[in-house]
Unconditional design. Sequence first.
Length: 376
Amino acid sequence: MPPIKIIRLAAASATYDIHVGGGLLGSLHARLQRLARGKPYRPFLITSPNIWKLWAEEVRSSFPEAQSPTVLFVPAGEKYKRMATVEALAEQLAEAGADRDALLLAFGGGVIGDITGFLAAIYMRGVPYVQIPTTLLAQVDSSVGGKTGVNLAAGKNLVGAFHHPRAVFADTDLLRTLPPAELNAGLQESIKAGIIRDAKLFRLLEQQQEEIRAGDPVALTRVIAASIQVKAGVVAQDERESSLRMILNFGHTLGHAIEAATGYSKLLHGEAVAWGSIAALYVAFSRNRITGKEFARMANLILAYGPLPRFRASAQQLVDLTAADKKTRSGRRAFILPTCVGHAEVVFDATDAELLQAADAMLSDMKRLTKHKVAS
Ligand SMILES: NC(=O)c1ccc[n+]([C@@H]2O[C@H](COP(=O)([O-])OP(=O)(O)OC[C@H]3O[C@@H](n4cnc5c(N)ncnc54)[C@H](O)[C@@H]3O)[C@@H](O)[C@H]2O)c1
Ligand SMILES: [Zn+2]
């Protein structure tokens, strides 16, 4: 078993540790007690039935019977990341007598993490919570950084709060039950982290592809810890996304457009980001920000963690959809471009025409690379 890696996130409003490695679940109770510094706490664990079915025994056995967490359920799926779910959970907490001694435990992927974090931010005007992410995406991305929230009919993550967890326990054992497509999609966020800020992580993803895809715990622990380090480093400098944090959106402008164009149902988030990243690479290449060799190296790594599914959308449709996702600064769109492996910059002058050309090139690649697959 590889040793546990600990990454400290020190942001303006909170400092906490993110623990990564195998076997963390077994010592969960002791770790939570240490976190509570001997003060009594009541654990309320929020999860989905499908996840709990796989991991309940392991989690329960970490706690003495009298301190076993009260478990609250949310059905699996993005469609339950809504205010109604948060309200129902708050009612259940109140009914169970949860007060300020409550410690919420988010045990699931990004959906459970975002819901639980938001619930913790507003229940009794704020109670502490801990993230125990069970998907790779949640381990490398959503459990870290304090963004919490839910969706509205009008769009994703439109209601929320900044509320950091007290700690994050990312147990790599949990990934054993994750479908391979979910693992690969999550790894796209690690590739993103490598491209924008960590050439060594990028190389690790290139060189240990087989081990990583097979779920080797040593390789995965290294990848996850390095990815978290990138996010924690960026968030520490720019908690509220006024500047630097924007680089974490590499691949996401067109990625979000692809998700919207396909009704959030055909592709996993990481798969949409992967195609969006390839389009962003085309923009960088046509501006001579990266060489053809660098373009190929980055695109090849993205494609290696596939296969990426094909989708139906036109370049124009995608560019039109980016309007809804514009991260604007005085009306200007922020767009993230790599300048080499391990470094990226934010530009504000990417035009619709540039994005159209890049989206078109990406769509041609997609058709060429997936031509033997039946389009759904
Ligand atoms: N807060 C942030 O900073 C942030 C960042 C990125 C993404 N997000 C959010 O994260 C969400 C996506 O998260 P996700 O990709 O983890 O999806 P998810 O939470 O929907 O999980 C994916 C699926 O895997 C199942 N699952 C989870 N863990 C499992 C395990 N160990 N074994 C088997 N099945 C398991 C889940 O029940 C679900 O069906 C989105 O809502 C997105 O907005 C938030
Ligand atoms: Zn993402």
